[in-house]
Design a protein. Structure first.
Length: 359
């Protein structure tokens, strides 16, 4: 959380200085520039309890441009592990909650530019949750890097368990709610209301439809609004900031009552190291997700990092991972992210040929 606050403060101060130094309203880097900024990964919080809810990802204020469109497919494979109980292991006397399992989301995304500073899109997520197979790999990762393992080896490996007691002393369990299903379809619009040499800023609105099936149904419709800004510091470095909020029905859903309103914020940095390659780091934070699981943490903080590669003029590959360096009790412990986006070139009308050229 301290890292996020520091990143946010540094970004604001640098941006303010840049605004005073640059008075011209020049366009931000666009798709025609030799090394355009590519923007954050837009990784969602796929912790098992958060997976079916609307969360606001780190993103960019840059729009596609009139008549352009974008197709993307992305896969996020996450491992979740958190608990509050008197002793680590399978035989506690007092277990308030245990969240142990894996989640995967394959998203299909389509975006179309309706105007220079306005685009809109649809995101269709296909989701899964279950015991998975990453526990042993993550134990090795933590051991090699010297990171806290949360005493994971004391628990069953590759098991799916979401269970505990509520603040009303009611027991809940998702033991039979693993498997595949369609997630809630999301529609969004991005309006870039400022495009300058210092900051470019946009408002992004999202609406989620209750289309989920299988273990993901019952979460209801949702809406979110996000302010996003970006600034380029010379030809290589970009900063992104965002603030927003979501509203969604509280439930209860499978014995768990969610917070109906949440606040979200992010800071992200992109280093365009080469003409076709960027390295990115993102810090995302959100307010309380769950209202009534006893002793469930109220702050959700994650770090995402990775690389973005322009495979061709119209194709981009993103490779990233999520790591929780502080408190894994309520957010994803570790995740892999792969995305492939295709942005076909817009077709310009050819000028009419002259009589001489026709001869």
């Amino acid at each position: 959380m301290r890292l996020f606050a520091l990143s946010l403060l540094v970004g604001i101060l640098l941006g303010s200085a840049g605004s005073r130094a640059n008075g011209a309203d020049d366009p931000a880097p666009g798709p025609e520039s030799p090394s355009p900024r590519r923007g954050p990964f837009e990784i969602r919080d796929d912790q098992v309890v958060a997976q079916p809810r609307l969360t606001l990802p780190a993103t960019t204020p840059d729009t596609l441009g009139k008549g352009r469109h974008l197709f993307q497919t992305a896969t996020l494979w996450s491992n979740s592990f958190g608990y509050t109980q008197d002793v680590a292991g399978e035989r506690p006397k007092d277990r308030r909650f245990l969240v142990d399992g894996e989640a995967a989301t394959v998203e299909l995304l389509f975006v179309h530019g309706f105007a220079k500073d306005l685009d809109s899109g649809v995101r269709v997520p296909l989701q899964w949750r279950g015991g998975g197979a990453l526990d042993r790999l993550i134990d090795t990762w933590h051991r090699v890097l010297g990171l806290p393992d949360g005493r994971r080896p004391y628990f069953l490996r590759d098991a799916f368990r979401v269970e505990g007691i509520t603040t009303d002393r009611e027991a809940f369990s998702w033991a039979g709610d693993s498997g595949f299903g369609l997630g809630n379809v999301e529609a969004f619009g991005r309006w870039r209301f400022h495009r300058g040499s210092a900051w470019s800023s946009a408002l992004i609105g999202r609406v989620v439809l209750p289309t989920a099936t299988g273990p993901f149904d019952g979460n209801g419709a949702a809406a979110g609004l996000q302010w996003v800004s970006a600034r380029s510091f010379g030809p290589k470095l970009d900063a992104y900031l965002g603030l927003g909020g979501t509203i969604q029905g509280a439930g209860p859903v499978r014995g768990v009552r969610y917070e109906p309103a949440r606040a979200h914020a992010f800071a992200a940095f992109e280093w365009r190291a080469f003409s076709r390659v960027s390295f990115l780091v993102e810090s995302n934070i959100a307010s309380r997700l769950v209202d009534d699981i006893d002793r469930y943490p109220g702050v959700h903080w994650l770090v995402n990092a990775g690389a973005s590669v322009e495979v061709s003029a119209s194709t981009r590959l993103d490779l990233g991972f999520t790591e929780n360096f502080m408190d894994q009790m309520a957010t994803t412990d570790f995740a892999f992210y792969v995305a492939l986006r295709v942005r076909p070139s817009s077709r310009e009308a050819s000028p009419p040929s002259s009589p001489a050229s026709r001869r």
